[in-house]
Design a binder for this molecule. Sequence first.
Ligand code: PEP
Length: 264
Amino acid sequence: MAKRKPIIAGNWKMHNLVSDSKKLTKELVNKLESSCKENLPEIVLCPPHTSLTAVADCLEHGGKMRLGAQTCDWRDSGAYTGEVSPLMLKDLCVEYVIIGHSERRTYFGETDERVNEKTKAVLKHEMIPIVCCGETLEQREQGITDTHVESQIKAALAGLSNNDIEKLVIAYEPIWAIGTGKTCDSEEANRVIKHIRSVVAKLSTEDISQKVRILYGGSVKPSTIDEQMAQSDIDGALVGGASLKSTDFYELIKGGSKKVCACK
Ligand code: PEP
């Protein structure tokens, strides 16, 4: 098995007041207290912007969990009412930023070009973009899943150096599986992820593509994680609903830990 450190990332979306965010983070810190850091996957919490500081305060520096954000602008500053810049996220100790989530693309008109600009901006500020791609049910039924994700990835990575591509995390999230309770068959998700890896290889090198972590997202839950993590090319999970309950998210972390141990 390839030695890519798995990532379990929680996308809290527009949920949790500051008090809820603190409670959830503290519960996870407690659950992880006795775990050995070396056996854990990378764990990333992506609260809403309003809770970033509170969550950062609950995470020990250099501890077992990292801070992520759900989106950002691509410019450093300016008269852009309501926007949050990558520089501002960096200032709050954010290490990962989800870019191009399907909900951003669908409800906020984020285009492939914008996803590319944001990806570059996040890398410029030495944070790691988690670049999302995935097909609608209609596209899957039309048999264009592979070409669709390929064009999304080519657009998102346009103009990036090999050095930058190597740092990226990609999340394959079939839109029909997000928040629906329907997960993509694990072998099929693995097949699409292998295809994404081959696209990354064409844009960089085979060696670099083998280092890029590619996650699966779409109704991941404790009952599905082991099968997903057992796949050769699924390097972790981007999780919505099941990241909001510490007991469920902890089970997913344990699923990621099994892969860490299997890869040693
Ligand atoms: C997501 O929002 O990225 C996601 C995968 O959500 P859920 O796990 O709820 O399907």
